[in-house]
Ligand binder design. Structure first.
Ligand code: SF4
Length: 335
């Protein structure tokens, strides 16, 4: 692996979390980077580190502030788990980030991969990492053609990653080099093999089988969902509700809708004022906003238009709100 390490030394991107060994900062970056591109994460991470620079800042922050800092990154259980873990660190470890993989693994929201990433990058421990990027590199390097989702191949990949990280004293660099190679050179569709530091050892390349490795998994079927959203206004205020516990994105504010509140009868022949589509996991969701009168029993918070910026609101409802008719800060449609 010396070639990989020297390539990383020369080519690594200058990312803000690479300037620190603070396990808290590295943990936040790793959680943000799950499911999210580096370029998107950078401003979020910088904003987060300014607002909540330590474990105890995060543990003591209002949950709504944490969600607001996360707004737009999606998969909000990550933000809630971060705060739950910070509180555990404050209670069980006097606010000091735990230093052993065993203890790190017990924190909410931290699985095997994140344990390996924090342990190796922050503490230079020989702990392996296996994620989508590493799977792609290792299956190609070693010519593994089976489906990487199978238990047997998963175990083998973890064991290979373990052998690799134990083969060097610079565990932090080795794991980051694997991440970097997967992100910048060994792309899923057209890897840049001529510039790859490990091309001479790559079985997939020798066997001209790069397009077959890693084996593609069968995608789960998508499901279409249609949600009615209620645009209810009083003067220049808009009725919002907070998503209840037990629902995806709990704690976020949104326009009332028939997913979390009982269906409200729509006026006959009403046409949607705005429509937004978005996809989350296997669901293709269409949100349709209708102007309706407020039913007596419906509870919520009446918000001025300019309050909306400071509240955590899901991306799809933020998009809807942008489309809904307002003028001079006041809603034109009134209930
Ligand atoms: Fe990936 Fe190509 Fe390098 Fe093999 S030679 S590891 S396929 S970039």
């Amino acid at each position: 692996m010396p070639r990989l390490l020297s390539w990383y030394g020369a080519q690594a991107r200058d990312l803000p979390w690479r300037h620190t060994r603070d396990p808290y900062a590295i943990w936040i970056s790793e959680i943000m980077l799950q499911q999210t591109q580096v370029a998107t994460v950078i401003p979020y991470w910088e904003r987060w580190m300014r607002a909540l620079p330590t474990v105890s800042h995060l543990a003591r922050a209002k949950p709504e502030r944490v969600l607001k800092l996360w707004e737009g990154l999606g998969y909000y259980s990550r933000a809630r788990n971060l705060q739950a873990a910070a509180r555990k660190i404050l209670n069980d470890y006097q606010g000091q980030f735990p230093t052993t993989p065993e203890a790190i693994r017990t924190l909410p929201g931290i699985g095997r991969y994140t344990t390996g990433a924090i342990s190796s990058i922050a503490f230079n421990l020989p702990e392996p990492i296996v994620d989508g990027n590493v799977i792609r590199i290792l299956t190609r390097l070693f010519g593994q053609r089976e489906n990487p989702k199978t238990k047997a191949l998963q175990n083998e990949l973890w064991s290979l990653a373990d052998t690799l990280v134990r083969s060097t004293k610079d565990c932090a660099a080795l794991n980051q080099a694997l991440m970097e190679l997967g992100a910048t050179v060994c792309h899923p569709r057209s890897p840049n093999c001529p510039d790859c530091p490990v091309k001479r050892s790559c079985t997939a390349r020798k066997e001209k089988a790069i397009h077959l490795i890693p084996a593609a998994s069968i995608r789960p079927r998508t499901e279409a969902r249609r949600i009615e959203v209620y645009w209810i206004t009083r003067g220049n205020r808009i009725l919002l509700q907070q998503r209840p516990k037990g629902f995806h994105n709990a704690g976020f504010w949104e326009l009332p809708n028939n997913e979390t509140s009982p269906g409200i009868p729509l006026p006959p022949q009403s046409e949607p004022l705005a429509t937004v589509r978005h996809t989350i996991t296997k669901y293709r969701i269409q949100l349709l906003a209708y102007a309706v009168d407020k039913p007596r029993a419906l509870k919520g918070r009446w918000c001025q238009r300019d309050e909306l910026e400071s509240l955590p609101i899901t991306a799809s409802h933020r998009k809807l709100l942008r489309q809904l008719p307002v003028s001079n800060g006041a809603a034109q449609i009134t209930a």
